[in-house]
Design a protein around this ligand. Sequence first.
Ligand SMILES: [Fe+2]
Length: 373
Amino acid sequence: MTHHLPSPIIDVDELRAMLAERQPVTVLDIRKAEDRAEWAIPGSMHVDAYEALKAGDPDALAAAAIPMDAPVVTICGAGKVSITAMEQLRHRGYDARSLAGGMKAWSLAWNSADVPVLGSAATVIQVRRTGKGCLSYLIGNDGQAVVIDAALAPEVYQDLATQHGWTISHVVDTHVHADHLSRSRLLAEQTGATLHVPEQDRVMYPFTPVRDGDILGVGSSRIVALRTPGHTLESTCYFLDGEVLFTGDTLFLAGVGRPDLEASPEQARARARLLHASLMRLTALPPGTIILPGHTSEPAPFDHRPITATLTDVISRVGMLGLSEEAFLDAILARIPPTPPNHARIVALNEAGEMPDGDPTDLEAGANRCAVS
Ligand SMILES: [Fe+2]
């Protein structure tokens, strides 16, 4: 009987499943330190061996204390140099594999965490596109489900819904995104769900407009739309059963949304003023409100722990929330981070409701930069 060796190439889905199931594995990142600083796989080990591997140094990894007792998955930017690393390790007796497509492909990796909700009959699942830190949500109740800010392939949400016995009936966006391509339109098409987008005149495909105070039902649960302009003019938060607030890019756990994308300096100032008023509206909600933002600034770990905080905690962390309007304007406009790569192109595609030809991760490369903190 011959022993069947596992393929030395592993794809994103296999690796993300291993991590989600907490299987023993050493994820070995061999990129240069500056590339790793941009984003990395949570819990990965780093050996700055890229140049040595490329130069053909057979001892590129010899000095690193890589554990022998678990499989090793080697990672680089695009999945080529990591093959050399994998071959060197296999030569030394390691059960080593190389991640196909490298960190570029990892852009589509995801994990999930259940969000404990006490005052609602709904189940809330945070679906994290880990590398980019995009947070989307699946809210299920009585056999129905709503998806907020789909950022991954429709199958991810459909499979999770099926596992829980839910049918996706509504797909909702908080705003027109600038850092990733929305998959909401695709998801709505594939599931037959109703597509809801905050009312605006930017989006060119058919949608059901969401206005302030609109209510969406999921089984016995109610999701109320709160129009919170600022990050974008149409930005809208969704309040589930008076307990859970999905804030999109308006309010994060340690920062607020940036008001400057696709805006002149004057428009950014006007939006910052709107944002201040919107944030004052949100901070007046019950202190125990569970905040679920649209992004996190760090890659989401495979720990099944939701990225969330109470409104009280967020207010204590985000000093800008305590400022007067004028002080808030000065503070936020002085702290605008670099603009995300390709944002104009991503916005144009999101307004058209289209995906690019070819690989969407070409456009979506890099970490998220939607927050000011
Ligand atoms: Fe955004």
